[in-house]
Design a protein around this ligand. Structure first.
Ligand code: LLP
Length: 441
């Protein structure tokens, strides 16, 4: 069955009787008026249709556990939705741990991962009752064991490994290939396990963790990832007499940003993973493990759109037509960072022909601040509301205050209701952390 990550637009997108685009029963032009722009709009039904797709696709494997990789987009409201949907959280910083905890999330269903967790973050994770920690390197094994000892606690850990799988995605978001900054190389796993067995008595290793990359469109890499992990589990069992009962396959399922993207469905990825687990547990004579996945982008990416207001424009004589909007690289870093492409509509002109070539430029002081190059749209006039689809993942979460421009608000829409889930930053917020030393005042 198709899943929402295979659609460009949120599942509730319609053209309403006023001739405007609506999402979650809310007119985008009215949302822009009410909350101002730039504005992130998140469609609750699209998020829940994705959590539902994951739950039903993996029903055939009862030992499946789902987590949401919060780095894609994290706010307390999203934590609430994920908790309601029965998902755990994959967290990678003190800030994400704090957000989860203060939203009232069940911390036993969280995983803390990252390649350079600070001692303070590790202490915080232990104090807040994190479920499991994915240990990335030797330095961290020692750090974590010391911390666990000082709290007199046993900590459940996974070892993050580099499975050596190349997937075809942007080089900055590939992580599972051999020359990667993440995880233990497979040749280092034995040494790590010896240390855990012999020295690090406060660490309780329960499994292996890998993540092969992001915005993945291939099924095969997941089959291979399970293969590599099973081989390791078998080797560890034979050599160390330890049976690891949990595996975490990371995230990575891609979404459809433009018509040329052909992501696979949640059903397809689930079939591949389940088939690979069954095949390899039979092949190696290993009991079927508890399997975790932790998608980020595919759970929230399609649900989110960004609304901008069209401002100045410039026709370069014999060159491009530039249309500037009131946001740009500080609310969506992906075009300038990864040359990411997006689908765009004008929310108040959805029925007009897209026959004018235009480049949508951001408002930030940098030539590279281009949100969409040479795309086709109807004639844009000042004040039009421009809608970028699929900005739900890695949009707000990578936003900055470049040029001291305020971070936009985010609203959650559902059944004609819109609710703020992140307030627009204020100038007071912006300067709230600034300090003028006495000698300068
Ligand atoms: N698990 C781990 C250990 C990860 O590092 C990541 C993402 C995920 C899960 C979730 O992956 P997803 O399902 O979202 O692909 N900023 C980039 C994406 C970076 C992904 C980093 N790790 C972008 O905007 O494309």
């Amino acid at each position: 069955m198709k899943s929402a990550n295979q659609e460009i637009r949120p599942v509730t997108t319609k053209i309403n009787s006023k001739g405007n685009i609506e999402i979650g029963g809310c007119d985008l032009v009215e949302l822009a008026e009410k909350y101002s722009t730039p504005l992130y709009v998140f469609d609750e039904q699209t998020i829940r249709s994705m959590t539902q797709s994951y739950k039903s696709a993996f029903k055939a494997y009862p030992k499946m556990r789902m987590m949401y990789a919060a780095k894609a987009f994290m706010t307390k409201a999203i934590c609430k939705i994920m908790q309601e949907e029965g998902f755990g959280l994959d967290l990678c910083s003190g800030g994400e741990i704090f957000t989860a905890k203060t939203s009232g999330f069940d911390m036993s269903k969280t995983l803390f991962n990252g390649n350079n967790k600070s001692p303070e973050e590790i202490n915080m994770a232990i104090e807040y009752g994190i479920g499991t920690i994915s240990v990335d390197n030797f330095f961290e094994l020692a750090l974590l064991n010391n911390a666990a000892q000082s709290y007199n606690k046993q900590i459940r850990i996974l070892l993050r490994i580099t499975p050596g799988i190349e997937c075809h995605t942007h080089e900055y978001i590939q992580t599972g290939h051999l020359d990667s900054k993440f995880g233990f190389d497979l040749t280092q796993v034995d040494e790590a396990i010896d240390l855990i067995k012999n020295e690090y008595n406060n660490l309780n290793i329960v499994g292996l963790h890998a993540h092969i990359g992001s915005q993945i469109f291939e099924r095969r890499v997941y089959f291979d990832e399970v293969d590599v992990i099973f081989k390791e589990i078998k080797r560890i069992k034979d050599r160390h007499n330890i049976l690891l009962k949990e595996i975490n396959l990371g995230g990575g399922l891609g979404i459809k940003y433009t018509d040329s993207d052909k992501p696979i469905s949640v059903d397809e990825i689930a079939q591949t993973i389940i088939e690979s687990i069954k095949t390899h547990s039979t092949k190696y004579g290993i009991e079927e493990p508890v399997v975790f996945i932790e998608p980020g982008r595919s759970l929230v990416g399609t649900s989110g759109v960004t609304l901008y207001t069209a401002g100045s424009s410039k026709q370069v004589p014999k060159g491009r037509k530039y249309q500037a909007v009131d946001g740009g690289m500080a609310d969506n870093a992906r075009p300038s960072l990864y040359q990411a492409k997006y689908t765009v509509d004008i929310a108040n002109k959805p029925n007009e022909n897209k026959d004018k070539k235009v480049t949508i430029s951001g408002r930030f002081c940098e030539s590279g601040d281009i949100l969409a190059k040479d795309i086709l749209l109807p004639e844009i006039e000042e004040g039009d509301i421009i809608c970028f689809y699929d900005t739900g993942a890695y949009g707000y979460s990578m936003a900055s205050n470049y040029n001291r421009v305020l971070k936009p608000a985010a609203v959650l829409v559902n059944n004609g209701k819109s609710d703020i889930i992140i307030n627009r930053q204020t100038y007071e917020d912006l300067c709230g952390l600034d300090v003028i030393p006495d000698r300068l005042s």
